[in-house]
Structure formats: C-alpha cells, structure tokens
Design a protein around this ligand. Sequence first.
Ligand code: FE2
Ligand code: FE2
Length: 209
Amino acid sequence: MSDATTPLRRAEADVPFPVSGPCERASIAPYCQRVRMMMSEERFAHVLRVAALAETIAIANDFDRGERRATSLAAVLHDVARDLPVERLMELAPPEHAMEREHPLALHGRAGRAIAIAWGVTDGRGLDAIEQHVCGPRPGERVAMAVYIADVSEPGRGVNGDVRELAMRDLDRAYRRALANKVRYLRSHGKTVHPRTLKVHEALEDQPT
Ligand SMILES: [Fe+2]
Ligand SMILES: [Fe+2]
C-alpha cells in the first residue's frame, strides 16, 4: 500500500488505464496511479467508472473549466481512504461523535480529504466533494453533488439508473433523489443514518425528487 502522506510525483503516471475518462489525461493520471496502489482492483474499477460518470455529469450541466477539473479529480480521489485499516482512518480523521466511533468506515471521506491535501490538492470544492461523498454535500455545491451522484449511480452499482439519467438534465433534483434513495435504503436495512446526511435530507424533504 502506498504511503498516503508523501507528495505525488509525476513519474507515477506511466501506466495507461483501461477505460476512457479523466485518468487518460496527463494532469490527472498521476493521482489515478497513486489511488490504484491503495485499493483492490474491484474498487479501482469503481473509481474509474465514478470518474468517467462525474465528468459526463459536469459537462452535461455546463460546469466551467475549474469546476470540471475539481469534479474529475475529486471523483478519482473520493475513495482513496476506503481500504485503509481502521486505525489509520482514525488517525487521519479522528471520530467526531459516537456514530463515527461505532462505524469508522464513515470516516473515509474526511480521511480522503486529508490524503488529498497531503498530495497537493488545493481546490476547496474538490476537497469538500471528497469529504462529503459519504454523508451527502450541502445542496448547491455542484462539484460535490456531481461526485456524490456519480458514486451512487455508476453503472457497476446496478441501482439508481434513473438518478444517473436525471443528473444529465437536472442536477439538483437528481441529488435530492439520490439522497432520498440512500436514506430509504439505510432505514429499510436497519442501518444508522449519519447525522449530517439526515440534516441535509430533512432540509430537502419537501421538494420534488
Ligand atoms: Fe466512499
Ligand atoms: Fe465510491
């Protein structure tokens, strides 16, 4: 597993990637290479699909150049901490309340943000997107919403195809639907909903999905 805290070197970008998307570009490929070393092949395949879809969503919603770059890079990095051992997650992102202590996997967004910073990422929109992909971003944060939607609706998930389609024409509504689906799924499986997710969901509950 790669050292999560050393700066990225461009020389790490020497292996081509099998699907089209942001990882084909020289400015993003070094991050893809580093991410690839930190997770299983299956999870990396998920990351590639999320990155390709997030970029498509960004283009469909007329994101400007800066937003597009932030979206693509955040999508590549969103699960960078997902396979780290619990102790490392806790070091990078100390739990803030009981729910996070009981479910340390919920820390992988905040831990991912810490790794992205260590790797030289500075765009706050991208960093927020990495952190918030676990619990759901605040409405209106377009970069984070695109990454969140891409994460829950990439084709490999086999669910949320309608959310993926809706995101091409109505990002806000697609996000509300994605979040509502997540909350419904967690509740129906008796799982704890993160307090931040609940807060965002309740704020959006009376709007159409
Ligand atoms: Fe994740
Ligand atoms: Fe993911």
